[in-house]
Design a protein around this ligand. Structure first.
Ligand code: GLN
Length: 279
């Protein structure tokens, strides 16, 4: 028997998926190889498409998010390859990208700490065709994904990749230069809260991209220690933060001599992005 819109939608709804109609549309569009807007509730699937949809549904009902099943996700203005080795790009992070794009000038250099899929730095470099960037990550597998994304966006010649751990004592020597802008979406979930995250996140985003230590702020403390050495005079740093972390994070950085410029809310009104500048 061939699967249809109503059956997929019902299965998703029964299993607690928050937007079953939208996800059904995305699944049907994926197997029909059309745009989501071209899917109708009476769109028919062939036997082969139905088999594919069934396989996607099976994975989705085990709480695997659609972007990881499809292998890509839209973020900001672009499409990014994703897999289990990278944090799925979130719409909340587009706030940071928009702010970075507006502060950036073409001759600036930019460093992304914990680049993951590369979605942040690749988006910024795409908007500023003369900018040069460096992307750092501890995970070789995530750097492979980031490299492929840079390639797809045509910015590879302007982006250098470094595999390194920012807790290493010699991280600044490893990176080896100063920048006009640093961006980072570091892990910021307090360790004890990881268990309470939804399965889509907890089981499908890499733990190393989520776990921010006891109070969630461990990576910010380290980045604040190294940022002054990595920034040129007047250089900017833009940080994504978790719920209720913005002011504490700002304080961690102002203690290192950086000046707080602004705190920006995300689409849900949560303070999400802290912007500071070196004197
Ligand atoms: N935004 C992610 C979440 O809330 C966390 C990402 C991070 O720790 N940087 O699940």
């Amino acid at each position: 028997m061939s699967l249809n819109f109503a059956q997929i939608c019902q299965a998703l709804a029964k299993n607690g998926v928050a937007n079953p109609r939208l996800e059904t549309r995305l699944i049907m569009a994926f197997v029909l190889q059309c745009q989501p807007a071209e899917v109708f509730s009476d769109s028919a699937l062939t036997t082969e498409q139905s088999r594919q949809a069934d396989e996607i549904l099976r994975r989705r009902l085990q709480h695997e998010p659609l972007d990881k099943i499809f292998g890509h996700r839209e973020f900001y203005k672009f499409d990014f390859i994703v897999d289990k080795n990278v944090l799925s790009p979130r719409p909340d992070t587009e706030i940071l990208v928009e702010e970075a794009v507006s502060l950036a000038r073409d001759n600036m250099s930019i460093l992304d700490l914990g680049t993951g899929s590369g979605c942040i730095i690749a988006s910024i470099l795409s908007e500023h065709p003369q900018m040069q960037g460096t992307a750092v990550d501890i995970s070789a597998a995530s750097l492979d994904i980031a490299r492929r994304n840079a390639e797809n966006l045509g910015i590879s010649p302007r982006l250098r990749f470094i595999r390194a751990d920012w807790f290493n004592a010699d991280i600044c020597q490893t990176i080896g230069q100063k920048f006009d802008m640093i961006v980072s979406n570091p892990p910021y979930i307090p360790t004890k809260d990881i268990a309470t995250l939804e399965a889509e996140v907890k089981n499908n985003d890499p733990l190393a991209a989520l776990d921010g230590g006891d109070d969630g702020l461990q990576s910010y403390r380290r980045i604040a220690e190294i940022a002054p050495q990595l920034l040129n005079a007047k250089g900017y740093i833009l940080l994504e933060v978790g719920i209720n972390q913005a002011h504490e994070v700002a304080a961690i950085f102002t203690l290192q001599g950086l000046k707080l410029l602004k705190i920006l809310p995300d689409l849900s009104g949560i303070e999400r992005c802290v912007v500071l500048q070196k004197a």
